[in-house]
Design a protein around this ligand. Structure first.
Ligand code: FAD
Length: 355
């Protein structure tokens, strides 16, 4: 019979959510981190646009993003400046006004000022803009490695090729059947990204109605990119672009419902991204060097799900990070770890709801 691996906490999933909570728990507690793939960060965490945007998302997400900034700073030089330019064509000016009213710290720019920040923008397309000066680009794999390496050094057992197939609570602890053998733990953290509901069902717990939404990104070739350009996003969320090496990263900001899977880009979505960026700019993009897609997973109310499962003892959710799981990862990981161990949730982090 295979030897049972025992730990205080078993964390399911080694994306940004799983590695951050494992890191925060390790040291004080024995932790086993279970990843189904042979490589951590293979799914959504390895496929993001790598941005830290304090004006993006609802109030809870924005508070978690702000609370993450000092944790990014303490993890090393993982943020580099990349301002965010929200732009609006005439028909999106109402939305721009709503954003400006909700976030007065954003700087209003007229079309000429917007074009001064990104010379590719067409001044006959942009009707107005808002600038978030302190936005940043994130070294995503650096942050993931900071947590994964740190968790290992603090004694965490990391098992890859360890898909959790089933589990049950025997009255005192969870017994998990994994592809790498049996695991027993007092607490389980469900950080399975797009598979969070699938894992819940495997553990005999009702799913929460999480929806993975596919988002596409591509790097387009262009002869003219200024690496100092901001991330440019339309306020109606139909496209964004930013410099990426010698090209531009483009996305149609798509949200196509998907089963949990190894997401692949659809050619039509890539073409749509190029078309929309070409409409707003004079870049004249014609071809892409590489394209990818990932699943941004949302709860029905689009807020992160962080807290104890109401139906199962010792089961914790850390899911539904949607399009913000990297920028809110540090605060969310710390908050989840405090909750799992019954510690006080730091006040700055108590904004996100538990359920
Ligand atoms: C195109 C795109 C752009 C984005 N841009 C940004 C951005 O600029 N800034 C930002 O903050 N966020 C962004 N995001 C969102 C961000 O990438 C996600 O919110 C974040 O990566 C989610 O992390 P996670 O750990 O929850 O999920 P994942 O990284 O998917 O990790 C979940 C892990 O669980 C594992 N797993 C699943 N089931 C099991 C099982 N049964 N047993 C064991 N392991 C299992 C999976 O293999 C996976 O590795 C973007 C996403 C996309 C797709």
């Amino acid at each position: 019979m295979a030897m049972v691996i025992e730990a205080d906490v078993a964390v399911i999933g080694a994306g940004m959510a799983g590695v951050s909570v494992a890191y925060e728990l390790a040291g004080e507690h024995t932790v086993v981190l279970l990843e189904q793939e042979s490589q951590p960060a293979y799914h959504t965490t390895g496929r993001s646009a790598a941005m830290f945007l304090e004006s993006y998302g609802g109030p809870e997400v924005r508070a978690l993003t702000a609370a993450s900034r000092p944790l990014f700073d303490s993890a090393g030089s993982l943020l580099s400046p990349r301002p965010l330019l929200w732009v609006a064509p005439e028909e999106q000016m109402d939305r721009l006004a709503t954003l400006a009213a909700a976030q007065p710290e954003l700087r209003r720019l007229d079309p000429a000022e917007a074009a001064a920040h990104c010379s590719a923008l067409r001044t006959d397309w942009v009707a107005g803009a808002l600038l978030e000066e302190n936005a940043s680009e994130i070294d995503v794999l650096g942050l993931h490695q900071f947590y994964l390496g740190g968790a290992r050094r603090r004694g965490t057992t990391v098992l890859v090729g360890a898909a959790v197939r089933a589990g049950r609570h025997d009255g005192s602890r969870w017994l998990l059947d994994t592809a790498a053998g049996p695991v027993a733990a007092a607490a389980v953290v469900n950080a399975a990204g797009a598979w969070a509901d699938v894992v819940a069902v495997a553990l005999g717990v009702p799913p929460l109605g999480m929806t993975p939404l596919r988002r596409t990104a591509a790097v387009a070739r262009t002869g003219r990119v200024d690496r100092a350009w901001p991330l440019v996003a339309d306020v109606g969320e139909t496209f964004y672009f930013r410099p990426e090496g010698a090209g531009v990263l483009v996305s149609p900001a798509d949200e196509t419902p998907s089963e949990p899977c190894d997401a692949r880009p659809d050619d039509l979505d890539v073409a749509l991204a190029v078309e929309r960026v070409n409409e707003a700019t004079d870049l004249g993009l014609r071809s892409v060097r590489t394209a990818w897609a990932g699943l941004r997973t949302f709860a029905p109310d689009r807020k992160p799900v962080t807290g104890p499962d109401p139906a199962a003892p010792g089961l914790w959710w850390l899911a539904g990070q949607g399009g913000y799981g990297i920028q809110i990862g540090p605060a969310l990981g710390r908050m989840a770890a405090a909750a799992v161990t019954g510690g006080a949730v730091p006040e700055a982090l108590s904004v996100a709801r538990f359920r």
